[in-house]
Design a protein around this ligand. Structure first.
Ligand code: EPZ
Length: 417
């Protein structure tokens, strides 16, 4: 639970954490490699803790040294317990890595934020294209590929991030060549490909819609620095924006930020990017962000939609959001409305009429990025905002309360028992 007393103007500088959505597939990749992998800039997040528990359950030795995570890969088990699978969505990508090493695997469908149905049909159909037999019985997936993974041509009906990562992890040590058509282009996929290629993999075209993977015999662990978290970066940018603040972010990859710049500039913020840093200075009164349409990368990312909506809630004028990726990603509008925001949701569309000021209220996070949106709103709301459900936020933001306090926010974090 978190209590924020607003409004507060944020200023100062902050180093952005390593990317959650890169760390998780990288850890699945470490499972594929013989020997030791060292991940630098590994964020301290509950989802990463879950991934470490999965690796340890499978037989790996993992230890943290600050933001370094050392993984000695050995695999003695091909099953992931339901309790671990249910904790997050990305647990599914371990399936391809386990199959590659053990030729069999048993696990149940993954959990993750409730953003609408989150099927894994693309994951399963992709594995079947690679010669994996997948049986769904009693809520469990029984998978086997006695002859190993066979390279194949796989065309994804949607550029799914997870399915693309899963295919890379399954095929990198497969027999023959795998071609992924309509692959997701997110930067996290490039990070995974860069790591696996440094371990001896032959992956070409990551970041483009067509990825070619020439299977290799073996991979050997190496050192890799996790890319900066572009969604954490945009979250702190939104926090600066709503508070009329001036904040400098260190350790950002400015290329990744480009698809998210337009709402900040439209709302009147000045963003200066230089090397691995970014400075944002915001006006006292934001303007509307006008039109946000979430799309696969390099479009505007769905993960940034909730925190940008908190900006729109206090932006002068009308902002229109179209959420094209997930069916139910407006759950934060309930809390924002309790704080005085004027939002109308009709299916994929949310229309936000900016108000001069939000008021503190008791609200509850329903998912990770929605929780972040409520925190951003609490920073500029007048009075005290009490946010329940911040365990969702801990899944993706390292010490967000402490970091905001260092920038001048009045935040109290209460560890959930
Ligand atoms: C990844 O989720 C991220 N999670 C999400 O971030 C992110 O929002 C999403 O990509 C889109 O960028 C991680 O990397 C751990 P998808 P993923 O497969 O892989 C449908 C966060 O807050 N779909 O690209 O699950 C799916 O239902 C999280 O950090 C199928 O229909 O996203 C959704 O509508 C939230 N069948 C759309 O595709 C499938 O088999 C996008 O899903 C797979 C996906």
């Amino acid at each position: 639970m978190m209590i924020i007393d607003g409004p507060a103007r944020l200023s100062g500088e902050l180093s952005v954490q390593g990317a959650k959505n890169s760390t998780l597939p990288l850890l699945a990749g470490a499972l594929l490699c013989k020997g030791q992998t060292v991940l630098h800039n590994c964020p301290d997040l509950s989802d990463v803790d879950t991934a470490i528990e999965i690796l340890r359950h499978l037989g790996c030795v993992c230890r943290r040294e600050g933001h370094d995570l050392i993984v000695d890969s050995s695999i003695t088990c091909h099953e992931i317990p339901e309790e671990l699978m249910r904790r997050m969505r990305s647990s599914i990508v371990f399936l391809g890595a386990i199959l590659s090493r053990c030729k069999e695997a048993r696990l149940c469908p993954p959990g993750g934020c409730e953003l609408g149905p989150r099927p894994i049909d693309l994951h399963i159909s992709s594995l079947r294209r690679l010669g994996v037999q997948v049986k769904e019985c009693g809520g469990w997936l029984e998978c086997s590929c006695p002859g190993g993974i066979n390279g194949a041509y796989v065309s994804l009906s949607f550029p799914s991030v997870g399915a693309t990562e899963h295919l890379i992890l399954a095929a990198v040590c497969g027999k023959g060549t795998t071609i992924i058509a309509n692959a997701a282009r997110e930067p996290e996929i490039c990070d995974l490909s860069e790591y696996l290629n440094r371990c001896g993999g032959r992956i070409y075209g990551a970041g483009e819609s067509c990825i070619i993977i020439d299977g290799v015999e073996e991979l050997y662990g190496c050192e890799h620095r996790v890319m900066p978290d572009r969604i954490a970066a945009v979250t702190y940018m939104a926090a600066a924006a709503v508070t009329g603040g001036n904040v400098t972010l260190r350790d950002v990859d400015n290329t990744h930020i480009l698809p998210m710049l337009s709402p900040f500039e439209e709302s009147g913020c000045q963003v200066r990017q230089l090397g691995g840093s970014l400075n944002i200075s915001a006006p006292r009164q934001l303007s509307a962000v006008r039109h946000i349409r979430t799309m696969p990368y390099p479009g505007f990312p769905t993960d940034a939609q909730p925190v940008v909506m908190s900006m729109a809630a206090v932006g002068e004028g009308t902002s229109v959001f179209v959420e094209n990726i997930f069916e139910n990603r407006y759950r934060h509008t309930e809390g924002l409305t309790r704080m005085g925001a004027r939002i109308k949701v009709e299916g994929k569309v949310a229309v936000v009429e900016g108000v001069p000021e939000l008021s503190g209220a008791a609200v509850e996070a329903a998912d990770l990025r929605g929780g972040a949106a409520l925190i951003v709103a609490g920073l500029c709301a007048r009075g005290s905002t009490r946010i329940e459900g911040t365990e969702f936020v801990k899944r993706g933001y390292e010490d967000i309360g402490e970091k905001l306090a260092l920038l001048g926010a009045r935040v109290k974090v209460f560890e959930s028992c």
